[in-house]
Design a protein around this ligand. Structure first.
Ligand code: C5P
Length: 223
């Protein structure tokens, strides 16, 4: 039987990864956080002063980046050239630069290539911005997630707080989400847009369990 890819796209901090992890756990699929890849590339660019405006520099940098996922209890961990960077990539310096880096054509081509390889023969749940449109346009099940922007900012703020971050304010988080939504939906290279066949999931008023139940109902016919 052919492998199954479940694609989850949507705005920033909509609970895509929470749902994706829950689905993966329930179905025994592999969870892949495509945003973590763009974040890790951004971290590399920041550390090495790579100028996103310089295509040659970007191309060269991409040759020196190796990303790997390590799954522990469906929490996805990512390494950048062997170094565990899962926590650092969630902090503001990366959040503030990731949309610019991820808009670069060469960065996208390389990430999409690697993502397609990961979904070639395995059952996966992948979340991101262009999974249902560009990475796996033929995925049989696609979700497009959205939620009220204020609720999203509060959720992300609480998540940062729970990880011990107390330097970022709720307003900064809200601004960053608005900025990334704008940048992600208006960029030239595979912008964030709902695939025609993606199921809309607005989770403003839904619990995590309700979202999982809804998604499972849609996935079940393909299992
Ligand atoms: O999913 P997350 O919010 O961690 O993604 C961080 C950023 O990476 C997004 O704001 C977007 O700019 C970029 N991204 C992307 N394509 C994806 C996943 C993430 O451009 N498939």
């Amino acid at each position: 039987k052919k492998n199954l890819v479940i694609a989850i796209d949507g705005y920033s901090s909509c609970g895509k990864s929470t749902l994706a992890k829950a689905l993966a756990k329930k179905l025994g699929f592999i969870y892949i956080d495509s945003g973590a890849m763009y974040r890790a590339v951004t971290l590399y660019f920041l550390r090495n002063n790579i100028n996103v405006g310089d295509d040659a520099q970007v191309a060269d940098a991409l040759q020196h980046i190796e990303l790997n996922f390590h799954s522990r209890d469906y929490e996805s961990h990512i390494t950048l050239n062997g170094e565990e960077v899962s926590d650092e990539i969630r902090l503001m310096p990366v959040s503030e630069n990731v949309s610019e880096v991820s808009a670069h054509k060469l960065v996208r081509h390389e990430m999409v290539k690697q993502q397609q390889r990961m979904g070639k023969s395995k059952n996966i749940v992948m979340d991101g911005r262009d999974i249902g449109t560009t990475v796996f346009p033929d995925a049989p099940v696609k979700f497009f997630m959205t939620a009220d922007p204020k609720i999203r900012a509060e959720r992300r703020f609480k998540e940062l707080e729970s990880k011990g971050n107390n330097t970022t304010t709720l307003e900064e988080v809200f601004e960053n989400l608005a900025h990334r939504d704008y940048a992600d939906t208006t960029r030239k290279e595979s912008p964030l847009v709902r695939a025609d066949d993606a199921i809309i999931l607005d989770n403003t008023d839904l619990t995590q369990q309700e979202q999982l139940d809804f998604a499972l109902e849609k996935v079940n016919p393909f299992l």
